[in-house]
Ligand binder design. Sequence first.
Ligand code: NAD
Length: 305
Amino acid sequence: MKVLVATEKPFAAAAVEGIKKEIEGAGNELVLLEKYTEKAQLLDAVKDVDAMIIRSDKADAEVLEAAKNLKIIVRAGAGYDNIDLAAATAHHVVAENTPGQNSNAVAELVFGLLVFTVRNFYNGKAGSELKGKKLGILAFGNVGRNVARIAKGFGMEVAAYDAFCPADVIEAAGVHAVKSQDELFQTCDIVSLHIPATPETIKSIDYKTVNQLPKGGILINTARKEVINEPELLKLLAEREDLKFITDIKPDADADFAQFEGRYFSTPKKMGAQTAEANINAGIAAAKQINAFFKDGCTKFQVNK
Ligand code: NAD
């Protein structure tokens, strides 16, 4: 089987080496399309491949239409909103992601950002500590669970809400399961967002929701910028000088948020998953999933069921 790795922003060399070892070790052929600049290059490269691995590359209807032999496409990473799932299904292509491979990287960044925030962005003034503070985790998925694990090491009180994960699973991890998203915002000093971008969650983090945070509350977003209702959050930050908003995903209205100096921080680019380990893990997981699909028909990580 011919497997294409199509990456506008290539994997690290060690990841490519690992992917090659996996794919070729299973008797499949690997082809690379890296740093492509035109969509036409992608459309040409997909023409005769049986499988493909992508990162943030867009697999839209046109790409899926051009990939006549394609049977499986794997997004190396958690989010898969860059794949047109309806088009994949229409072309009988299995679409998968590689959940969990970068979740420790994102979770560690949450704490890097939180320490930076409670120490006043390292401006030299006395700050506060995370120990004893109550952290609310919105969505107890792969990232949320890693955040909970690390938070306990900091001596934080940890609560979580997940619309689909049963409370007993959350409690079994030693985390207090609250009954609603509102309760999480009402009872936690810091709320960390780990929800996916879905029709239910897009723009759901709005004025009313965030305004429930107690005095001095911190909102941290390492999920997706789409889940924030930016105009409403801007309005709230203008009204409540005690609130802080921290993210690794620059909002569209970054320039407007920047007026809240000392209460707003965004990393220059999305960087939660930007570690060598996450890059290698996700790439190799994608290769293993493709091998398992061709060998046993395994579709465990299919997202267009
Ligand atoms: P996951 O699929 O493992 O977990 C998502 C969780 O959200 C699930 O437990 C699900 O039940 C829950 N959920 C879905 N809809 C919900 C809702 N309406 N309310 C409450 N809970 C809901 O995903 P993950 O790997 O933990 O990733 C979480 C988020 O982090 C995603 O948005 C992903 O795109 C983002 N992410 C960001 C980076 C980064 O670089 N900042 C890297 C990886 C992932």
